[in-house]
Design a protein around this ligand. Structure first.
Ligand code: KIV
Length: 287
């Protein structure tokens, strides 16, 4: 098998934690985003089910299918990225049985993913254990689980109260025990995320859970300013939405004012060929 020398592997994440290297991850759903993430040198790319919201415009991640993830995974893998490529397992692709979890995770790994990510803790550890035993690296995802927003009562901060913080902590410990190589902690009180980070041997990757984790992840569209309503924990580093609107406005204006296309944007035949062409048409018309 062709293995890239500098390709980041799941086990290196644990080394990063030991060495105090802050892990940087970003989502990507197409080849351009993957090329940018690769070029910047992040440690991981997540083909997240957030694609349901930022690409498909759904109001939640629930409608996303395994085939949707496979489709976008193919686009990301086309640039042979060096960062670890993690594929999200969509809602109901791993919760039902151990066999189904292994089969579906297997499809993602066979397609080229380096690892899969699943939402949940104590409730799904038997499925996570089965995947790990089958040789599939698994990243956990605890705290706010968007796939469970219906039973969580919305996209609410986790760990505000001690009882809830304990549940999130127990999820982390259960996942660690069955062999995940890292854990995403989403929108959880920062002191709870810190406590968990200090209590587990695998790296924690935060999204909206403060600075004390071993790494951070954000959604590509949120970082570059392509999401008109990003979550409150997002820091926007550019306003690409505005850049795109201005570009399209410019195109529309130019076309309407006759300023596009201009000679550098098109080609003409040679005069002699054009004359020949006109004669051929005339002949065809019987003139
Ligand atoms: O799908 C996604 O983008 C995610 C991140 C929020 C971690 O799961």
């Amino acid at each position: 098998m062709d293995v890239m020398e500098d390709k980041i592997q799941p086990h290196q994440y644990i080394k990063f934690k030991k060495e105090g290297i802050k892990i940087v991850m970003v989502t990507a759903y197409d080849s351009i985003q993957a090329r940018i993430a690769d070029g910047v040198g992040v440690h991981g790319i997540l083909v997240g089910d957030s694609l349901g919201m930022v690409i498909m415009g759904y109001s939640s991640t629930l409608p996303v299918t395994l085939n949707d993830i496979l489709h976008h995974l193919k686009a990301v893998l086309s640039v042979r990225p060096k960062p670890l490529v993690v594929a999200d397992m969509p809602f109901l692709s791993y919760e039902v049985s151990r066999a189904e979890a292994v089969r579906n995770a297997g499809r993602l790994v066979k397609a080229g993913a380096d690892a899969v990510k699943v939402e949940g803790g104590v409730d799904i550890v038997d499925k996570v254990e089965a995947m790990v035993k089958a040789g599939i690296p698994v990243m956990g995802h605890i705290g706010l689980n968007p796939q469970r927003y219906l039973i969580l009562g919305g996209y609410k901060l986790r760990g505000k109260r001690a009882e809830d913080a304990l549940l999130v902590y127990e999820d982390a410990k259960a996942l660690e025990e069955v062999g995940v190589f890292s854990i995403v902690i989403e929108f959880t009180a920062a002191d709870v995320a810190k406590h968990i980070t200090d209590s587990v041997s695998v790296p924690t990757i935060c999204i909206g859970s403060g600075p004390y984790c071993d790494g951070q992840i954000l959604v590509f569209h949120d970082i570059v300013g392509l999401n008109p309503s990003p979550p409150l924990f997002v820091k926007k580093y550019a306003n690409v939405y505005e850049v795109m609107v201005n570009a399209l406005m410019g195109f529309k204006d130019d076309v309407q004012k006759g300023l596009y296309p201009t000679p550098q944007h098109y080609k003409l035949m040679k005069d002699s060929e054009y004359d020949k062409f006109v004669k051929m048409i005339k002949k065809r018309q019987g003139n």
